[in-house]
Ligand binder design. Structure first.
Ligand code: NAD
Length: 377
């Protein structure tokens, strides 16, 4: 998608407001403070006292705070917004910012469901502002190295992720119907799309709760995705697996016609000795610092970044397809998931300009891939 550029640089840093002063808002505050390319003009939260407290604790007693992010951005001369609110607030906060002329870097998941995510993609098109989702685990040099190794394996048959942790969070995750699929698996699904450079076609999921689980909803899930090109991606995970745990990134195995690559999630991936592994990826920034750097670079150059909303939606669609399959007991086609979400977005959209943009999409998949826009505009 073409979007408005802003020539930010260390000499003229991008002025941003952070919205959401919770755990991730504080992480973004520290990341912005460390970046020479960005400067903070304010923090917004529904709880203004919390925003004040977070600013004061960061040694910024004079930093403006408020409850309305777009208004605070206007008052403080901000040029962009970092949205670290809870998932159900992503749509209203980001849409208001885009229509206020602010590009947005938003936390994952893009929205609480695919329908709302499609509305946000259409809002980005209508406004011509960049909306990028920070899918933090994509910004990992080991993942980039593994991606390079995969190109040496020929056709890929199977890729697997094992994710086994024993986490006692308390709070909302203990009460959700699908805590593993909705809160965590999106990171692996997004990495799988990136690693294989392929999009999902179908999903089959069994989601279940072991007898000893301390979660109300399903803490375990096994999902098989068929990716385009025929590769099967298998995700096998648990939030309540006492004993030896895997990395937070999971452990990965990629099996192709010429060999195998493996990654323990925390160290350099390993390729069969007889294959040339190529150069390790040159990517200095991990996690949200990597996302912030990509956002500023994209605004400067006009090149769509990894995580641009259209590109990101399919990762959430994988979650939605897995949940729908777990519920129906059937194999779900991603195209059907996208079409149902599109119909829901059209039914629920309250802005006429965004509804018109959504109504103009003949194929959601092509719109997300960028191919329909290239053909028709
Ligand atoms: N990248 C990662 O690894 C990672 C890790 C944890 C959380 N997250 C994501 O970050 C986001 C925030 O998570 P968190 O753990 O910081 O949540 P949190 O509940 O600690 O904080 C969210 C804050 O947003 C504020 N808020 C909600 N609606 C708002 C609105 N309309 N306007 C202004 N403020 C509003 C709340 O008052 C709260 O202070 C979520 O989307 C979550 O999925 C990402």
């Amino acid at each position: 998608m073409r979007f408005r550029t802003i020539p930010a640089s260390p000499a003229d840093p991008l002025r941003v407001v952070i919205v959401g002063a919770g755990g991730m808002g504080r992480a973004w505050l520290a990341t912005v403070a460390d970046s020479p390319e960005v400067t903070l003009t304010g923090i917004a939260d529904l709880d203004a006292a919390l925003a004040r407290d977070v600013a004061d604790s960061a040694g910024l007693p004079d930093l403006p705070v408020g409850t309305d992010a777009a208004a605070l951005a206007r008052q403080t001369g901000a040029q962009a917004l970092i949205n670290a609110t809870t998932p159900e607030a992503h749509h209203p906060v980001t849409t208001a910012a885009l229509f206020a002329g602010l590009p947005v870097l938003g936390e994952k998941p893009v929205a609480e469901n695919v329908s709302r995510a499609l509305s946000m993609a259409a809002a980005a098109e209508v406004t011509g502002e960049l909306f990028m989702v920070s899918q933090s685990r994509r910004w990992n040099p080991y993942l980039a190295t593994l991606r390079g190794m995969i190109t040496r394996l020929g056709t890929i048959g199977t890729m697997t992720t094992s994710f086994f942790r024993s986490e006692r969070f308390g709070g909302f995750r203990d009460l959700m119907a699908y805590p593993l699929l909705i809160d965590m698996a999106i990171h692996a699904f997004d990495s799988a799309r990136y690693l294989l450079d392929a999009e999902p076609v179908t999903a089959y999921c069994q989601s279940y709760n072991p007898p000893w689980s301390w979660y109300a909803g399903d803490a375990n899930a096994t999902v098989v995705f068929e990716m385009d090109g025929g590769t099967r991606y298998v995700y096998n995970g648990s939030w309540c697996s006492p004993g030896e745990v895997t990395s937070w990134n999971g452990t990965w195995r990629v099996s192709g016609e010429k060999g195998t690559a493996t990654w323990d999630g925390d160290h350099e991936p390993v390729l069969d000795a007889e294959l040339d592994a190529g150069e390790p990826a040159d990517s200095p920034n991990f996690g949200i610092a990597g996302a912030l750097q990509a956002f500023v670079r994209a605004l400067r150059t006009g090149q769509p970044p990894s995580g641009e909303v259209h590109e990101n939606v399919m990762s959430l669609a994988m979650v939605e397809a897995a949940v729908q399959s777990a519920t129906s007991g059937r194999l779900e086609r991603l195209d059907d998931v996208l079409e149902r979400a599109h119909a829901q977005a059209l039914r629920e959209e309250t802005r006429a300009d965004v509804r018109n943009a959504l109504a103009g999409w003949s194929s959601v998949r092509d719109i997300l891939a960028g191919t329909e826009r290239m053909e028709t505009r």
